[in-house]
Design a binder for this molecule. Sequence first.
Ligand SMILES: C[S@@+](CC[C@H](N)C(=O)[O-])C[C@H]1O[C@@H](n2cnc3c(N)ncnc32)[C@H](O)[C@@H]1O
Length: 268
Amino acid sequence: MLAEWFKHLRTPAPPHLKAMGYVKELIAVEARHRRCAGAWAPHLETCRKLIGDAARDAGHGRVTVLGSGLLLDVPVDELAGLFKEVILVDIFHMPAIQERVRAHANVRLVTADVTGVVEATWNHVAAGSVGPLPPPQADASAYADSDLVVSANLLTQLPLLPLGLVQKKGRGYGEEETQAFARRIVENHLELLAALPGRVTVLTETQRVICDGPEVLHEIDPLFGAALPAAAVRKHWTWNIAPRPEINRKFDLRFRMTGIPDLQEALP
Ligand SMILES: C[S@@+](CC[C@H](N)C(=O)[O-])C[C@H]1O[C@@H](n2cnc3c(N)ncnc32)[C@H](O)[C@@H]1O
């Protein structure tokens, strides 16, 4: 914990991203991955294989990975070997990731908020505004010239920190309004992906399950009521993200995962 805190202190980042918890979250994922490496391995392998299979099927000009994060589920070396250009997009790239991709001349890191809502929410809350919460403003044109776009375990992460900020510090927003805000962010990302002309691969959790061994104690919808395209061919698996005692000695946290290898196939 102390090491994580110290790392957070020493990692330079825009103040609003630090204050909202983006850097803390990346450092926490890195630490949890170290602690739960065995439990995470099948999930990460499944993701890398899904992305690798989609990559071999697509044209090989440019691939864009949205939510590249710590490159745990992204087979970046394979992508760099297949494509002329690999674009890794995240709201914040840790220094270790900047170091890691230096080995590939055709891999580029792009720092961007793919929702367009993060800074607007920060400013809205900081100003003490009470009006409607800012709408997501995602721009598909930024990724339209990619042969393949991968949304890499990003979808359900998009609303969490803006929502957390509004719930903690926003003035007078009730449950209904904040849940609708989160849902709009999820739906907006799905709309962005649907608007892309090239191949799109989506990896996402679709349910969070708190369980005691095989017994399900509680289920949470991380999509806030949004729905993935019903006709999409999917692969399902479970990510054993926090086996006890990671977050509690008495229960485990699992994610039900969905991979859509080709989103466009499912669209009308
Ligand atoms: C669970 S991680 C995805 C795992 C990642 N693909 C990996 O292999 O490590 C979610 C990522 O989404 C990023 N993220 C969250 N909100 C974002 C936003 N609004 N725009 C861009 N990236 C965002 C986080 O910084 C994090 O790296």
